[in-house]
Design a protein around this ligand. Structure first.
Ligand code: 5GP
Length: 291
């Protein structure tokens, strides 16, 4: 296939592969069809998932960048790959919750669907062997996973992303229940540190419910066998205006159409980019700020 050019693998995760990019400051993020849940205890390969996540994430990252939040996203390369800035991932999962669901219900005995007083930000330490435990700010400071400035910046960005995405999804009849973000560091020429939004924003790491019916359209379909995962992700992508209805049927997708849609998305992304928001300078080979 056209997009499977020879690449140097840097890292393989559960849902993505990171390859070396065309220069030292970039990497290529490849979206796999693999689905995992419960710390990889449940696994499956779901045809079409990678393509949908790539498209949804590219779209949302572009929109988020356009409101002034720096992200690692540069551009989509093809159906399954995107060019992103190389970052030093901060070992934290930043979860924002608007409505009680998932592990919050389990931990605090809340009823699923309960609205919580205000958006709640939680931090989890990224460590598969430990099952990504919940941690507090004190743990983050004590173990130096992020400094106070970085933590404040991540929290502010997470709040803004939540406001923005909640409104965006509300406008297309979806409720953003919760989501997980990851951030990375980019080092400037003079050793300064920039925090950017990294990883992906897709139904793999967001809970999205149909506002009218309450139908769950995200990865909980796979976690709890609630229905076809690709069908749910396609409804989200279609509502976002990214794909026509029935784009993937029985695991088959129209590759020519997919490629054409990629081109359109890239052109739109270029137009949407705010020219007056300077990207942090990259490279320079300087040492990171001491934490
Ligand atoms: P919970 O803590 O309720 O399981 O997850 C809260 C939100 O963060 C959900 O939207 C879930 O998809 C996302 N999330 C939490 N941990 C992970 C993770 O390790 N991987 C992914 N993909 N999403 C996660």
């Amino acid at each position: 296939m056209k997009f499977m050019a020879r690449r140097t693998l840097l890292y393989e995760g559960k849902a993505k592969i990171i390859y070396e990019g065309p220069d030292a400051n970039t990497v290529i993020q490849y979206f796999k069809d693999d689905a995992t849940a419960f710390n990889a205890e449940k696994k499956a390969v779901i045809a079409g998932k990678g393509v949908l996540n790539n498209r949804i994430s590219a779209h949302l990252m572009t929109k988020i960048e356009a409101i002034g939040i720096p992200t690692h996203f540069i551009r989509s390369i093809n159906m399954r790959e995107q060019l992103v800035r190389k970052v030093d991932i901060i070992p934290l999962e930043v979860v924002v919750r608007n409505v009680a669901a998932g592990s919050l219900c389990k931990r605090l005995g809340l009823k699923e669907g309960e609205i919580i007083g205000r958006p709640l930000i939680e931090y989890y330490y990224k460590k598969d062997e430990l099952g990504d435990p919940l941690v507090g700010e004190e743990h983050i400071m004590t173990f130096g996973w992020a400094d106070p400035y970085e933590l404040e910046e991540m929290a502010l960005m997470a709040w803004r992303v939540n406001d923005y995405l909640s409104g965006l999804f509300e406008g297309i009849g979806l409720r953003l229940i919760d989501f997980k973000l990851e951030f990375g560091r980019i080092y400037g020429e003079y050793g300064e540190v920039y925090i950017v939004l990294a990883d992906e924003i897709s139904p793999d790491n967001c809970r999205l419910w149909d506002a009218r019916t309450g139908e769950k359209l995200d990865k909980d379909r796979f976690r709890f066998d609630l229905g076809d995962l690709v069908d749910g992700y396609q409804i989200i992508a279609h509502k976002l205006g990214l794909i026509p209805e029935g784009f993937i049927k029985g695991g088959n997708l129209n590759e020519d159409l997919a490629e054409k849609l990629d081109q359109i998305e890239n052109e739109l992304a270029e137009k949407r980019k705010l020219k007056n928001i300077a990207k942090p300078p990259i490279g320079g080979g300087s040492k990171p700020r001491k934490l």
